[in-house]
Write a protein that binds this ligand. Structure first.
Ligand code: AMP
Length: 372
């Protein structure tokens, strides 16, 4: 199935193409038609499955189909953490870039002034963490009484983090006649109960949890200090049986620097990240796909659209601070039963990230040493 078959309008399809997506993920294939049909849904899916687009794309489509000249918040997305709120907001920006809809993102831990002005200047879509939203509502600064679409993202995490009471208070203020899209990776009893009260004849969509899909990948971790990472990677890449390796860095600058360091030892690589033009990214991808270069260095955002069938080797040059990103990165290897290897470099500062990753995937990644 491709996105064209999903009954989406041209501006959205164009934005999806710009994001580099070629095919809807399973959760998108399942959820998008229901949402476009106006149905409530319960989505059982974790981060890394493409669930954000599964609700954001049809939400944008519905809002843009039905013009509304009143300046009011028409869609509300509630999510547990600031990082998720920002990520969702970035996705909405990407998929809605050719539409006239405005959105804004609010979360706690920062002064409220700018967020309040953004809401005042008119937002069709509000992405929010529960505490800050409730706070602004109680001050009379956020009006959610005209919501047409309500999205609850990572409901189980909101429960774990003690936000469920806030969430219930918020929901009590949105119109009863609305469309509700409910996402949770797991369905504990309290969450099930919540769905019973919130949703109207929901369609259920689910995909296998991401953490279980990584088990077949041969993973290892190499403890190495920051200053030794480049030299260690060069030693790893000396192994000529590695025909293609996708290397993840946290920053664009880090990606560029690494490409230069590799080139100095005769390993030709290309970097893809947000500062590169679409053409440069395209060329790098083609060179990689056609084996003109063995190594592609990417940041997470730029790597989103990479869809290469045979990707035997992934290196986490730097560990991500969001554990799900690890799963998503290494999930690019070992697809469809093929053998895949994922090596992660971990320096002293990254040990906390490693612990969070191991907690998510449910096992301790074996330690490997790279001989000098
Ligand atoms: P999510 O599960 O929403 O956190 O998405 C995980 C990652 O998959 C994000 O980096 C998305 O940009 C990316 N993504 C979402 N949908 C697609 C798609 N259809 N094709 C390729 N990548 C996608």
């Amino acid at each position: 199935m491709n996105f064209q078959e999903l009954n989406l309008s041209a501006p959205i399809l164009r934005a999806i193409t710009d994001s580099g997506y070629t095919q809807p993920t399973p959760i998108q294939q399942q959820a998008i038609p229901y949402v476009l049909d106006g149905k409530d849904i319960i989505g059982c899916a974790q981060t890394g499955t493409g669930k954000t687009a599964a609700f954001a794309i049809p939400m944008l489509e519905l809002l843009s189909r039905k013009r509304n000249d009143l300046r009011c918040i028409r869609a509300l997305i509630i999510t547990p953490t600031r990082e998720l709120a920002i990520q969702i907001s970035e996705n909405v920006t990407a998929y809605g870039k050719y539409l006239k809809l405005k959105h804004t993102c609010i979360f706690g831990g920062v002064p409220q002034g700018k967020q309040v002005s953004a809401i005042r200047s008119g937002a069709d879509i509000l992405v929010a963490t529960p505490g800050r939203l409730l706070d602004l509502m109680q001050q009379g600064l956020a009006d959610i009484s005209k919501i047409e679409i309500l999205v609850l993202d990572e409901a189980d995490r909101m429960l774990d983090m003690g936000f469920i009471r806030d969430v219930k208070k918020i929901i009590a203020r949105v119109p009863a006649k609305r469309q509700t899209l409910f996402f949770s990776a797991t369905m504990p009893a309290e969450i099930k109960e919540l769905t019973r009260t919130l949703l109207h004849q929901p369609a259920e969509v689910s995909v296998t949890p991401v953490s279980s899909t990584v088990k077949k990948i041969n993973q290892s971790v190499v403890f190495v200090e920051k200053g030794d990472k480049a030299a260690t990677l060069i030693r790893v890449l000396k192994d000529s049986t590695i025909t293609r390796s996708l290397v993840f860095t946290r920053t664009k600058h880090g990606a560029d620097k690494l490409v230069k360091q590799l080139a100095q030892t005769g390993i030709y690589a290309a970097a893809i990240h947000g500062n590169k033009s679409q053409n440069a990214r395209q060329k790098a991808l083609l060179d990689f796909r056609h084996s003109h270069i063995r190594v592609l260095v990417a940041t997470d955002i730029a790597a989103r659209g990479i869809d290469i069938d045979e990707l035997p080797h992934v290196v986490n040059y730097e560990l991500p601070n969001v554990p799900e990103t690890y799963v998503h990165r290494i999930g690019r290897t070992g697809r469809a039963g093929a053998a895949g290897t994922a090596i992660s470099f971990c320096d002293t500062e990254e040990k906390t990230d490693l612990r969070a990753i191991q907690k998510l995937i449910g096992f301790t990644v074996p330690v490997q040493t790279i001989p000098r």
